[in-house]
Design a protein around this ligand. Structure first.
Ligand code: PLP
Length: 225
């Protein structure tokens, strides 16, 4: 079943790419495995998944420790507390939701101890919903500039979430504004190739609007309990 879901998602990604004149190879599928059990995750990995996204540090650590026999790139996509950075600094592939300089400084500190650079994305609250984390587009300019000064982080790009809505079209404006922000930052010479946007409900819209990473949970693993 998982294999079929993955095939289905890949086909939908390819179709969305074709519609917008993009290449499927330019889109990285992050399978969001939060609350999903190890056996189902293993099935997914054996069916072609490589990048997994998790929201909770404890759960991420347990899964990282449990799956050592298959290749996995672990992405932390949730809100990260500064005191938890140390638990993942040695091996995390990317931290998607950096929204303060304080957090960036902490990530750089532990990355240095681990002798590496950690890839991060700056989370932008494009829907302006108060319940969401992330900086405003205005704040992003200063934050990105400050983060670029830190030695042991590599700022790969930007991340956002669409508004809470059943209509995927409602996300389009959020996604477009993230890409516009990225383009404005690139004019200032900050290279930000990655745009992490789009979930099960709205990833096709995100691809049309320039996403390079889509974070898909339910459409791969089924409804979370
Ligand atoms: C849960 C989650 C997703 C995946 O959501 P689905 O609707 O299950 O695809 C993507 N991004 C973030 C930040 C999440 O928390």
């Amino acid at each position: 079943m998982i294999a079929q879901n993955i095939e289905n998602i890949k086909r939908r990604i390819a179709n969305a790419c074709e519609k917008s004149g993009r290449k499927p190879d330019d889109i990285t599928l992050i399978a969001v495995s939060k609350t999903v059990g190890i056996d189902l995750i293993r099935e997914g990995l054996k069916s072609g998944l490589l990048n997994l996204g998790e929201n909770y540090i404890q759960e991420l650590r347990e899964k990282h420790a449990a799956i050592t026999d298959l290749p996995v790139h672990w992405h932390f996509i949730g809100h990260l507390q500064t005191n938890k950075v140390k638990y993942i600094a040695d091996w995390i592939q990317m931290i998607h939701a950096v929204d303060s300089l304080k957090l960036g400084v902490e990530i750089s500190k532990y990355a240095k101890r681990a002798g590496r650079k950690i890839n991060i994305l700056v989370e932008v609250n494009t829907s302006k919903e108060e319940t969401k984390f992330g900086v405003s587009a205005d704040e992003a300019h200063n934050l990105v500039a400050s983060l670029f000064e830190l030695e042991n982080i590599a700022i790969s790009g930007l991340m956002t979430m669409g508004p809470f809505s059943y209509d995927p079209e409602d996300s389009r404006e959020s996604f477009r504004s993230l890409k516009n922000l990225r383009d404005a930052l690139e004019i200032k010479n900050f290279k930000l190739p990655v745009l992490s946007m789009g979930m099960s409900n709205d990833f096709e819209i995100a691809i049309q609007e320039g996403a390079t990473m889509v974070r898909i949970g339910t459409a791969i693993f089924g409804q979370r309990v």
